[in-house]
Unconditional design. Structure first.
Lengths: 196, 196
DNA sequence: CAAAATAATTAACAAAAGATAATAAAAGAA
DNA sequence: TTCTTTTATTATCTTTTGTTAATTATTTTG
């Protein structure tokens, strides 16, 4: 049975797919939903599923030597979650991926995507596109740490992620910015006062 | 004329090259050296040359709104320099790349590498390998900002870059770590005292 | 809705970082 | 080598951050 929603998702990935490949993707890809607090990928996991978030927020976190959860990233609508430790380096995940809201994904195993890309030279540019996007995000983030102080980093974050700010506990955002929740709270107070 | 040094460099990139492609690379690739303080890539440049550093150090820096030079990264032996703004995003370089020492490179235009990769499916994994390596470096760096404080970041840096520390002015390292040179100096003093 | 749990803010203090300037040390050039 | 320039360290002071704990606000859940 052809599923229109799936077709739309696949179309987002590439308009270069043959009918055959598209049908492989449609058969293999699933709509998977997660309840709040559910884990998409566990630490230590070797899962190679790629999740495209249609709706919701997922936080990526690890546990430091002190046993504290440190949120590394927040992933939301139209972004991709993958166990990069496994997909890129064949190692178990260093991170947990947890849904912060009811989260709907369109997901598929990476090996299937990989096979289809391998057999379709035209799709190489698609892969390149994703790799570039990921690189750019990482690069921008490093830049924000090198060039900005915590307050500027916070302002930059809310500018780039306006939808996240009011949906996610601030303590997670603090982690992402490399500061403590207490410090974030003070920065917020400062920013509000400066505006007045 | 076949150049043994060039052959070695090319061999480092891939053992999957055909004789034809290897000879294209050998013809196109050049050994280029830079004197201290010479610029490899200028801000605003659209140059797509890829430099493999055989010997030397290059710093990548930009100029912030206050007109100060901020060193973003330090690249050294067996690492690659490229104008990622142009190669990945077709935009002029945001950075300057300056030799900090007499620097010897093996260099080639990216378009040539690209053509050869395009026509050799086997080399795709080579490209993937480089992309992965870059991603990993960026990712590790973000991790160091999120999980470590400036002192830990410095210790992590000297552990991972033991050869750089005594060859490069500390003020550049401070920038890379996202702190001021004065602060780095204090951290160093602290670390020495703690050891005693 | 009320109780319980979670998160955010605020306070108080210690530690570290930024800024600026002075001094010392090191490196480069004549 | 000596002079000059650059870099590193130290001092002083201000600002910010981390830490811990108490308080307040918000969310969750029975």
């Amino acid at each position: 049975m052809i599923n229109l929603d799936k077709l739309k998702q696949i179309y987002k990935f590439s308009k270069e797919l043959s009918i055959e490949d598209a049908s492989v993707l449609i058969k293999s890809a699933k709509n998977i939903s997660f309840k709040k607090k559910e884990i998409l990928i566990d630490e230590g996991s070797l899962k190679t599923t790629v999740f495209f978030i249609k709706k919701g927020i997922v936080r990526c976190y690890c546990i430091n030597e002190k046993g504290e959860e440190i949120t590394f990233g927040l992933i939301t609508e139209n972004q991709i979650i993958s166990n990069i430790d496994t997909i890129l380096y064949d190692r178990p995940s260093n991170f947990y991926f947890e849904a912060l809201e009811e989260t709907k994904t369109f997901s598929i195993d990476y090996s299937i995507v990989e096979n289809i890309i391998e057999s379709n030279p035209k799709l190489q540019k698609n892969r390149k596109f994703f790799a570039q996007k990921m690189m750019k995000l990482q690069h921008e983030r490093v830049k924000s740490f090198v060039l900005l102080n915590p307050e500027e980093r916070y302002l930059d974050f809310i500018k780039k992620n306006p939808t996240l700010v009011n949906r996610v506990p601030g303590k997670y955002i603090a982690n992402v910015l490399g500061i403590t929740p207490v410090s974030l709270s003070r920065i917020r107070a400062r920013v509000v006062n400066q505006k007045k």
